[in-house]
Design a protein around this ligand. Structure first.
Ligand code: 5GP
Ligand code: ZN
Length: 114
């Protein structure tokens, strides 16, 4: 998708602080971190949200989760982390390109929903 900010980040057309990359996913530090560790993992393929993902995307979805612990551990959250995928209006999704938030640090993340 040509005017998607996260597609542009995945392609390197918009700068980001890269944390990880492979053939399916790209990970980078959130520009407005909510915790000391706040990384976003996105598919390189444009998928607007989890509502638009299907069984055809199983490998991508699996990879997003499979790299999450390594990313958390390498970025200051070795004792655990929270993984969040906001989806659509009800889920509070702001950027319409699927992304997994990895939140953590040295203190517990806190209440799951406030
Ligand atoms: P959402 O609310 O859609 O689940 O989360 C979107 C996240 O993307 C927010 O945490 C926001 O700070 C982050 N974000 C939005 N634009 C950019 C950007 O240009 N660069 C980076 N690194 N993060 C961004
Ligand atoms: Zn996109």
């Amino acid at each position: 998708m040509t005017d998607c900010i996260f597609c542009k980040i995945a392609k390197g057309e918009i700068p980001s602080q890269k944390a990880y990359e492979d053939e399916l996913v790209y990970a980078f530090h959130d520009i407005r971190p909510l915790r000391p560790t706040h990384i976003l993992v996105i598919p390189k393929k444009h998928i607007a949200s989890l509502a638009e993902a299907g069984t055809v995307d199983e490998a991508i979805l699996g990879r997003m989760l499979a790299v999450s612990h390594k990313l958390a551990a390498e970025n200051g959250s070795a004792e655990g982390f929270r993984a969040i995928i906001n989806t659509g209006r009800i889920g509070g999704q702001e950027v319409p390109h699927l992304h997994l938030h990895i939140l953590g640090g040295r203190e517990p993340v806190g209440a799951m929903v406030s």
